[in-house]
Write a protein that binds this ligand. Structure first.
Ligand code: GDP
Ligand code: IMO
Ligand code: MG
Length: 421
């Protein structure tokens, strides 16, 4: 039976966590397939708010299996404390499986990430969670994988060898070295906690699909942060597009049914990098305030701007999005007019394509189309029919421009502030 994939279509923080939680009503297994605890996925249920970083957002639905797939980079101490926190709050963490092939993140990756950022002339504005260094080790074939959590002696040998290598790098950079014994003590304890959750998850996913169950893959970050297709070098280090789910979860492409694209009704970005529709005026400040646009992982203020149909359309095209979930429509409620970027102007010529070079993308001038606002509250709306006409017109235009059908609209952070179209 089919697997569905849900990805962010912009620069992350589109509301993927909320949508996964909503969609898992009808799902048997949720699989994270890339990224690590650079992600911050918020789920609000009633008056409780949870932020997940590595644990799949299906954890709040009893009976749903939650898989951390082979494509994920797993902060060993981070995952341990996230799972222990959830268990303390009454969640059934026995639903979690951790891939034996997932790459592990240790303190030295985080430190290397921070040193790299601090010393770089071109800063990416990473989350400093060690994501880049961990994927670099993977590609360099010296990473340590989930399977080693079940073999403490082997894990210690590999950990000490890698830590010594990183310490030589830190020493050369004039940075304090890692206390390897102290770090190992923490890792050893965390590994003992995590070992019982380690599985060959590709077989678990396959068994689900063969049994006719529904599997939903949970993307992190967003298409424009993709290592291949995003606004390089201002990207993350993994495949955030739908294609990443096949290799990062071990799902054959022909088993995929729907690709859900989560699309924020405007645009945000955290960290550095080009952002053609960014607003530096009161409108930007207003979006940040009303939309509560502060990073769920780092607390950094998110940069805010108008909806960019060139960038989002490109992202939907690459991921083959056929179902859109538009989020945060309510954040636009008070605006008298809305702008949508429908093309870029570069060197006097109009284009509807996203340029490959970040330098060019910094130089483009957005070509805007103006739509009237609706200036009334949508946060209590429970069906598409109840939406004001101008909100329907705005949604229809977004769907048309990114060439995908809107299937769900979200008008608030809670589960119940969601309706189908
Ligand atoms: P993710 O990384 O894609 O899961 O998104 P984040 O959790 O980082 O950021 C989305 C934020 O918007 C969270 O604080 C959500 O609770 C909130 N949110 C999600 N959907 C809506 C919505 O439709 N309206 C409003 N106002 N907030 C929303
Ligand atoms: P979710 O899953 C928004 C950004 C960082 C930085 C760049 C590279 O919550 O949508 P990294 O630490 O990955 O090396 O940083 O990517 N970034 C995110 N931005 N949401 C995220 O995740 C992000 N994960 C990474 O801000 O610009
Ligand atoms: Mg987030």
């Amino acid at each position: 039976m089919p697997a569905d994939i849900l990805i962010g279509t912009q620069w992350g923080d589109e509301g993927k966590g909320k949508l996964i939680d909503v969609l898992t009503r009808d799902v048997d297994m949720v699989v994270r397939f890339q990224g690590g605890n650079n992600a911050g996925h918020t789920v609000e249920i009633g008056d409780r708010k949870y932020v997940l970083h590595l644990v799949p957002s299906g954890i709040f639905r009893p009976g749903v299996k939650c898989v951390i797939g082979n494509g994920v980079v797993v902060d060993v101490l981070g995952l341990t404390s996230e799972m222990q926190d959830l268990a303390r709050q009454g969640m059934d963490v026995s639903a979690i499986e951790l891939s034996d092939r997932a790459q592990l993140i240790f303190e030295y990756h985080k430190r290397a990430d921070a040193i790299g950022e601090d010393g770089a002339t071109v800063k990416i504005g990473t989350t400093r969670r060690g994501i880049g260094p961990a994927y670099a080790d993977k590609a360099d074939r010296c990473g340590i994988r989930g399977i080693e959590l079940t073999r403490p002696e082997q894990l210690e040998k590999l950990f000490r060898a890698q830590a010594a290598k990183y310490n030589r790098l830190f020493a050369r950079a004039g940075q304090p070295e890692l206390d390897v014994d102290a770090e190992w003590a923490k890792v050893k304890e965390a590994a003992a906690y995590l070992a019982p959750f380690v599985r060959n998850t590709v077989y678990s996913v396959d068994a689900m699909l063969k049994a006719g169950k529904n599997v939903l893959c949970e993307g992190a970050q967003g298409g424009l942060l993709d290592i291949d297709h995003g606004t390089y070098p201002f990207v993350t280090s993994s495949s955030t597009v739908s294609g990443g789910a096949c290799s990062g979860a071990g799902i054959p492409p022909r088993m995929v049914r729907d690709v859900w694209g989560v699309l924020k009704a405007y645009t945000t970005r955290v960290g550095e990098g080009p952002f053609p529709t960014e607003l530096f005026d009161d409108n930007g400040e207003n979006l940040r305030k009303v939309g509560n646009e502060y990073g769920a992982t780092t607390g950094r203020p998110r940069r805010c701007g108008w909806f960019d149909a060139v960038a989002s359309g490109y992202s939907c095209m690459i991921s083959g999005v056929n179902k859109l979930a538009v989020t945060k429509l309510d954040v636009l409620d008070d605006l008298p007019e809305l702008q949508i970027c429908v093309a870029y102007e570069l060197d006097g010529k109009q284009t509807a394509e996203l340029p490959a070079s970040a330098e060019d993308l910094v130089r483009v001038k957005p070509v805007y189309e103006t739509l009237p606002g609706w200036q009334c509250s949508t946060s209590g709306v429970t069906s598409y029919d109840q939406l004001p006409e101008n909100a329907k017109r705005y949604l229809a235009r977004l769907g048309e421009l990114v060439n995908a059908e809107i299937a769900i609209v979200s008008v608030g952070p809670r589960r119940d502030q969601t309706f189908e179209v």
